[in-house]
Design a protein around this ligand. Structure first.
Ligand code: PEP
Length: 272
């Protein structure tokens, strides 16, 4: 079984000093974690501080966007080579807030995804339907369209290097309500079907939208959920660690039990 991918999206929050402070708390809690991949995505201005703070750990640092060009007259954009030079490994592409407020389209998502791949970053490609689309029963159609117009043209080799995040727009942020596992099951199955027409590679599909410590385990237990994409709940080190621990416990109950028994039944925070 693949390791779950646990990704934290900090959106437009935290300064470099706050980033360093986060990692000082976060590092000792996840240092020994071998059972999941952790990707923290701070704002651009904090990437260098995050990479520095994550050195020597298994924590990866991701950006929240990436330009579709290597360089050029693109004021306000940051390119793949620039991100690589700082030590960034992942890049979120097509987050619904970028689609909603900054004109991101399926076409630009494809261009950004291809650029990320070209410059050696792992794109975390976001898809998800709006509330009215869900209410009109169009979830699968929207996801399929976003897939077809966005990334269907990637080569099998490129598919082997991407991560997809299903992020229903209505589930994200303070006004969002988390999707129920049954909804996530259907949505992820639709994405998986679209993927299977293009690649045999088991592309990880993460769920994101109001994930918290209470709903993390039921969501992570869904067969096609390969990890979680966490916004608000990932902004404090203990908050994210609690969620990671919940997810790991759903994935490896027997190993977990063995560890607990070896230690006299008391699991330590760092050992998951
Ligand atoms: C997000 O912004 O990608 C997200 C999942 O946010 P939240 O968890 O706060 O809903």
């Amino acid at each position: 079984m693949r390791k779950p991918v646990m990704s934290g999206n900090w959106k437009m929050y935290k300064t470099p000093a706050e980033t360093t402070a986060f990692f000082e708390k976060f590092r000792p809690l996840v240092e020994k974690s071998e059972h999941c991949e952790i990707v923290i995505c701070p704002p651009f201005t904090n990437l260098a501080a995050a990479v520095e703070a994550a050195k020597g750990t298994r924590i990866s640092v991701g950006s929240q966007n990436v330009a579709w060009a290597k360089d050029g007259a693109f004021t306000g954009e940051i390119s793949g080579p620039m991100l690589k030079a700082v030590g960034v490994a992942h890049a979120i592409v097509g987050h619904s807030e970028r689609r909603q407020y900054f004109g991101e389209t399926d076409e630009t998502v494809l261009k950004r995804t291809q650029a990320a791949l070209e410059f050696g970053l792992t794109p975390i490609v976001c898809v998800g339907e709006r509330l009215e689309e869900r209410e009109s029963g169009a979830t699968e159609a929207v996801l399929t369209k976003q897939f077809q117009k966005g990334i269907a043209g990637l080569t099998p080799e490129q598919f082997a290097k991407i991560v997809i995040a299903y992020e229903p727009v209505w589930a994200i942020g303070e006004r969002g309500a988390p999707a129920q596992p049954e909804h996530v099951r259907v949505a992820h199955a639709a994405i998986r079907r679209a993927l299977q027409e293009r690649t045999t590679h088991p592309v990880p599909i993460l769920y994101g939208g109001s994930v918290n410590v209470d709903n993390a385990a039921p969501l992570a237990m869904e067969r096609e959920v390969d990890g979680l994409f966490v916004g608000r709940a990932a902004w404090t080190a203990p908050g994210l660690v609690d969620i990671v621990r919940e997810v790991i416990a759903t994935r490896r109950p027997l190993e977990h039990l063995a560890i607990d028994l070896n230690r006299g039944g008391i699991p330590e925070a760092a050992d998951f």
